[in-house]
Design a protein around this ligand. Sequence first.
Ligand SMILES: NC(=O)c1ccc[n+]([C@@H]2O[C@H](COP(=O)([O-])OP(=O)(O)OC[C@H]3O[C@@H](n4cnc5c(N)ncnc54)[C@H](OP(=O)(O)O)[C@@H]3O)[C@@H](O)[C@H]2O)c1
Length: 286
Amino acid sequence: MAHLTKLTDTYTLSNGVEIPIVGFGTWQTPDGDVAKTSVEAALAAGYRHIDTAAAYGNEASVGAGIKASGVAREDLFLTTKLWNADHGYDAAKQALDLSLRKLGVDYVDLYLIHWPNPAKFRDHWEQVNADTWRALEEAYKAGKARAIGVSNFRPHHLDALLRTATITPMVNQIFLNPSDLQPEVVAYNQAHGILSEAYSPLGTGKIFDVPALQKMAARYDKTVAQLVLRWSLQHDFLPLPKSVHEDRIRENAALFDFELSHHDMAQIDALHGVAGLATDPDATNW
Ligand SMILES: NC(=O)c1ccc[n+]([C@@H]2O[C@H](COP(=O)([O-])OP(=O)(O)OC[C@H]3O[C@@H](n4cnc5c(N)ncnc54)[C@H](OP(=O)(O)O)[C@@H]3O)[C@@H](O)[C@H]2O)c1
């Protein structure tokens, strides 16, 4: 288990870059004031890792929240992602430049391919993913991203990518919560030195309705959110909880004064399917 004492503890990526162990999610956070003030609230609460994406449509407001917070750029870990329409070598380069402009920064700490090209719907999915990855490798070497990675990639996508990659992705961000542990993907990541980031760590809100988690959380005198985020950390995942409410933002950061027993970790591991499953990246035609 990683060193778990505070929000700004870090995992070390395969290239030596330190990444804070909890990130603040921003999917479905409306652009404008809500995105700006929730990012400010997260930074005030001590988060130093923000996760956004071109597809979330809120990069400019996330950037404004960062500026307004007064947190120095070098003290912050900022991730954004390349959207599906921007795959390919030239398009990927342009997409990153546009994200940097919108965020108002010279570099991101992590740039991810948001989804692989779906194998069922693309004749040349391996080639297009490889071309896109080459653009990310160049951006990394040019200092526009301190680390690069993928999201929603399964082992066959990674196997294909690694045939031509000169840099192994440092991160794979996947749907990861008590309802879906994606063991094959996590094992593959681990074997290749790829950090597993846990998106939808609260099942996009569905996790709160699970009676077994409600009971267990009460036993620890914690909330369900705190219970499952702690579970994620004790698995060495990197959870990315999202909220637009200041009290929840703080609640989701208070994870360091309790520890789940092995027995309770196993009980949570057994909850497969209670709050949704990962989307099959090959079955979605985008
Ligand atoms: N790479 C990808 O394809 C991908 C896909 C999905 C998500 N992500 C990333 O992962 C992040 C998190 O995933 P997610 O947005 O699906 O959802 P999540 O963090 O699993 O859950 C967020 C939901 O739970 C609510 N919530 C948060 N904290 C709570 C608390 N303490 N008590 C009660 N309700 C609470 C939020 O409502 P309020 O906001 O109203 O508080 C929201 O409805 C995203 O924001 C994004 O950064 C990445």
